[in-house]
Design a protein around this ligand. Structure first.
Ligand SMILES: [Zn+2]
Length: 604
């Protein structure tokens, strides 16, 4: 009897406590391309209201790494919101090759959707490719759609993916018309308050703006080194140089696509996003009642600036100091409007960035840029002679060159299908000539391994064999102390099937490998090496810590402030927040509950 009474009292307390802790708003702030070390490197220069408030008042994980590749924007934002890696979310990259149409697909491109606002040149977008629920989706369902869930960013993928498929709205910026746009996926027309915001031409007021250093130059020389080293190649940025001050015009005489692109590559685009986020809170009455709402804000200026100038530039230092102020502005606004005590603030980033090649030289590493054609030349050279006879017999004409690599493109231009280090083979041609995919990818892989700068290659059959033998080998779950990234070694029975994958890079590849979307040969370069044809001086996408290590901070009632040195990943955010809100876990969540920081009343 006593036991029953105690038990029901205990349950009552638990429910009560969860209700008390339930925030009015969950505010997810993502900075696109913000490496963990920016927080520590520039810490002495931050103000008290931005990162310092988050690191001092929040639970702050020092060892949060993405456990997969490609470390790119769409998979990163998806992982934060769904708790799942690219292998299962339907979002295997920012883009991939679709075998059926032989076209490049973007993660949010949707030809069935219509853009609301903007220009006809803005790509119609929606979350239809997302195959996992987000914590926002689950909150909508749990509240019978009374919760509001809204996403905001400069980039469509960073606006659309975090709130999820059942979101009320996602808003992003038109690259051509310079206004806030959306998709008819959410509603038939833009809300009036968005139309009114656009009538103020919110982007155009920065035309000709001067971007100069926030602090005296001496600080930048101390923390970042000299301005304008030659490797800050901005040859493709009209009207700009690689030194401060930058004048934001895009080389144009009036606002237009060139100017909006220049604005994207400046800190001012984040100011527009912050103002719009504040307006969304006010107009949509986010956090105004007892029912928890979700607002996701992804600040993209940092990614554009990082690509163009590199992580060690004065420009990245400056935009990091400015984003600290922008976040302070948003947090102050939320505090005034809703109260930070009624808000759960989550801060992270979608990926880091690799050092520019000059910094690798400084480490004594010989840095390399590997063009896609270098990889493909090695592939063709290895497979053409091996299969020439089979090819000649079956294709009729007997050309010296094979057609075993999938070709993709728009219109007349066709090229070999290689993207993010994924090489796609032409399965029909292989079938025609009775060539085994396993064999041809192995032969191609051996040849690619001889290309200087390549670290490892993985074939489709190798990855699928391992996954079949060990369905949990690419799971990210584990306890906070133990092995974090699945444990291939501990599963001796599968070691044969997983041979070659039983290392950390292999596991990261496996977690990023989607049977439908990924290629047939996955090529991973060595650290400090660039693979691909991007014109950007700096890039990201690898399994190395400079791309995987990001901040992870949760600030709000129920989370004990402090530094947590347990191993974590951004995939842990969604299941933790779901538990905290008392809602169902996102459908494909593999993250762990960050119990170490949770109030005991919540985690039990
Ligand atoms: Zn990027």
């Amino acid at each position: 009897m006593t036991a029953i009474v105690l038990l029901s009292l205990w349950s009552f307390n638990l429910t009560f406590s969860q209700k008390e802790n339930r925030p009015r708003l969950v505010l997810l702030i993502v900075i696109d391309q913000f490496r963990y070390d920016y927080l520590t490197r520039f810490e002495p220069l931050f103000g008290n209201g931005g990162f310092r408030r988050l690191t001092r008042q929040g639970a702050y994980w020092t060892k949060a790494n993405y456990p997969y590749i490609p470390t790119k924007t769409a998979p990163g934002h998806t992982a934060i919101a769904t708790g799942a890696p690219p292998s299962v979310t339907g979002i295997a990259g920012n883009e991939w090759i679709d075998r059926e149409s032989a076209k490049r697909i973007t993660s949010i491109g949707d030809s069935a959707a219509k853009t609301l606002g903007g220009s006809s040149r803005d790509t119609a977008s929606s979350p239809r490719r997302l195959e996992a629920s987000t914590f926002g989706d689950e909150l909508r369902i749990a509240t019978n759609d009374r919760a509001k869930v809204i996403g905001i960013s400069d980039k469509p993928r960073a606006a659309i993916l975090p709130p999820g498929r059942r979101a009320n709205a996602a808003y992003w910026l038109s690259s051509y018309a310079g206004d806030v746009i959306s998709s008819n996926y959410y509603f038939e027309r833009l809300p009036d308050w968005v139309v009114e915001f656009n009538q103020t031409h919110p982007l155009d007021k920065y035309f000709g703006a001067r971007w100069d250093r926030l602090l005296p130059e001496a600080k930048y020389l101390k923390y970042a080194g000299p301005d304008a080293p030659e490797w800050e190649n901005i040859g493709n940025a009209p009207g700009d140089t690689n030194r401060f001050p930058h004048t934001i015009t895009g080389g144009a005489t009036k606002p237009g696509a060139a100017y909006y692109d220049a604005l994207d590559h400046s800190p001012f685009v984040n100011d527009v996003l912050i103002s719009f986020a504040e307006l969304a809170i006010e107009k949509e009455q986010l956090g105004a009642d007892e029912i928890t709402d979700v607002l996701t804000v992804s600040l993209s200026g940092n990614d554009h600036v990082g690509h163009r100038f590199g992580p060690d530039s004065q420009e990245v230092m400056d935009i990091s100091l400015r984003v600290d102020q922008q976040i302070a502005t948003l947090l102050d606004y939320v505090d005034g409007k809703i109260g930070l005590k009624n808000t759960l603030v989550i801060f992270s980033s979608d990926h880091g960035v690799a050092p520019l090649l000059d910094k690798s030289w400084a480490l004594g590493v010989r840095p390399t840029r590997i063009a896609n054609t270098t990889v493909m030349t090695a592939v063709h050279a290895a497979i053409a002679p091996r299969y020439q006879a089979a090819h000649a017999n079956n294709s009729g004409s007997g050309p010296a060159l094979d057609d075993y690599i999938l070709q993709y493109g728009e219109g007349a231009t066709k090229r070999d299908a290689i993207i993010n280090g994924n090489v796609y083979f032409n399965l029909e041609a292989l079938k025609r000539d009775r060539v085994s995919l396993d064999e041809v990818t192995r032969i191609a892989g051996e040849a690619v391994m001889k290309v200087p700068g390549i670290a490892q290659v993985f074939t489709r059959s190798q990855l699928e064999r391992c996954r079949l033998a060990c369905p949990t080998c690419d799971r990210s779950t584990s306890n906070s102390k133990g092995r974090r990234f699945g444990s291939l070694e501990s599963q001796h029975s599968v070691s044969d099937a997983c041979s070659g994958i039983d290392n950390e890079i292999g596991r990261r590849v496996l977690r990023g490998f989607s049977s439908n979307q990924s290629g047939d040969l996955i090529v991973v370069q060595k650290p400090n090496t660039y693979l691909g044809d991007s014109v950007d001086p700096a890039n990201h996408g690898t399994p190395y810590s400079y791309d995987t290590h990001v901040p992870l901070i949760i600030m709000g009632r129920g989370f004990k402030p402090g530094r947590y040195h347990q191993v974590a990943t951004p995939l842990d955010i969604a299941p933790t927040v779901s538990l905290y809100l008392g809602i169902r876990q996102p459908s494909k969540s593999q993250g762990r509950i960050l119990r170490e920081a949770l109030d005991p009343a919540i985690k039990n």
